[in-house]
Design a protein around this ligand. Structure first.
Ligand code: BMA
Length: 365
């Protein structure tokens, strides 16, 4: 009840101001990115390619070049990048991509309407070896309370300086997806299932995100959880899950089920588990990595990936998929013009529900 008219008026002004402030509060880059990925659900699945703009078959750092564009006529909608080596202060990542070049290419991709996602294969703080070296235990030493925890924080500091330096033309920080500690259900990385307990793993994941968000102000980052494909139930899938408050995108890496002689139905079943969780929790889902080395199965894009992404539950819910990099000396996962798989990759990408950059941009007009 108001005592007098002036007091009433004063109260109304205060209430209106607070309400207006709430409405005008700017969305964070993370929120904007999540909304974008939510809004394409059921309309299209973004196609992504690791290192797409950096190099491909018979070219390296050529402005505007992309193997996806050479074959399909447009850039991918999602661009993957790798941070391994940054934590040591290296100028180039473990695949020799200079971090400065990566920054300008990722900003360009984002400026043109694309979405960037970062993976991280860090070197071990214990023996200095790469992510695949499992000779020593690492995780328990770098989580809070561990002997190398402070050194781990210095590594995260380097990541934060780099990723916070990605600025858009309007001065805002570039939004992106961060996908740390991936394929933890396998045992090939030092953070894998045989090299730490699930509680240690969760502590690692949570600390990584808490530190980058809370101490380094990284509110432009959406987080992806992406085990490999060794699960058969939701329970198994969630064994290493750090919690809904830490994860925006639930994903799966799956090369295994889509290999020659693999089981496409198994891949579909597992993705159904992932998208089922998405629906239950209002999250985003993705096939975060897939491919076949050197496109050895020429019809892979139409007969394997294409079949998985046509499943009605998957098609109605999945937001993106990504194939791995095109390193001519090591391995490639997307065909080049003239490769016998190129025609099938194009056929796959020409489908209405598989989106390249222009499809995404057009959908947001
Ligand atoms: C792997 C391979 C390696 C590479 C690593 C990080 O799957 O492509 O050659 O160093 O990813 O990008």
């Amino acid at each position: 009840m108001c005592f007098n008219k002036i007091y009433c008026l004063f109260l109304m002004v205060v209430i209106t101001t607070v309400a207006c402030d709430d409405q005008s509060e700017e969305k964070t880059g993370r929120q904007e990115l999540i909304e974008r990925l939510q809004s394409i659900k059921g309309k299209g699945i973004l196609f992504g390619h690791q290192d797409d703009l950096a190099y491909g078959i018979n070219w390296k750092y050529v402005d505007g070049q992309s193997d996806v564009k050479r074959v399909a006529g447009d850039y991918p909608a999602l661009f993957g990048w790798e941070l391994g080596g940054l934590e040591r202060g290296d100028a180039c990542n473990l695949d020799s991509v200079p971090f400065d070049v990566m920054r300008s290419l990722a900003i360009k991709a984002s400026q043109n309407g694309g979405i960037n996602t970062f993976s991280w294969h860090p070197y071990s703080l214990i023996n200095g070896e790469n992510s695949w070296n499992t000779d020593t235990t690492v995780v328990k030493y770098i989580i809070p309370g561990g002997e190398y925890h402070n050194e781990f924080i210095r590594q995260l500091d380097k990541l934060a300086v780099f990723l916070n330096s990605f600025q858009m033309e309007d001065g805002k920080k570039m939004p992106f997806i961060f996908r740390p500690w991936h394929e933890m259900d396998g045992s090939w990385f030092w953070w894998g299932s045989k090299h730490c307990t699930s509680d240690e793993f969760k502590a690692l994941f949570r600390f990584t995100i808490d530190y980058l968000k809370n101490e380094k102000g990284m509110d432009q980052m959406a987080i992806a959880y992406s085990p490999d494909c060794s699960f058969n139930s939701l329970n198994e899938y969630l064994t290493w899950y750090p919690g809904d408050e830490y994860v925006d995108i639930v994903g799966m890496d799956n090369y295994y089920d889509l290999r020659v002689g693999g089981d496409v139905d198994a891949a579909i079943k597992k993705l159904q588990i992932v998208v089922g969780y998405t629906n239950q929790k209002g999250k985003i889902s993705a096939l975060t990595e897939s491919g076949i080395e050197n496109v050895a199965d020429t019809t892979w894009y139409t007969q394997k990936l294409g079949v998985v992404l046509k499943d009605s539950l998957v098609a109605a819910n999945l937001s993106y998929t990504m194939v791995w990099r095109n390193d001519p000396d090591v391995h490639f996962f997307f065909p080049y013009p003239g490769h016998p798989g190129a025609v099938y990759a194009k056929e796959f990408l020409d489908q209405d529900h598989i989106w390249l950059l222009n499809d995404l941009v057009e959908s947001e007009k």
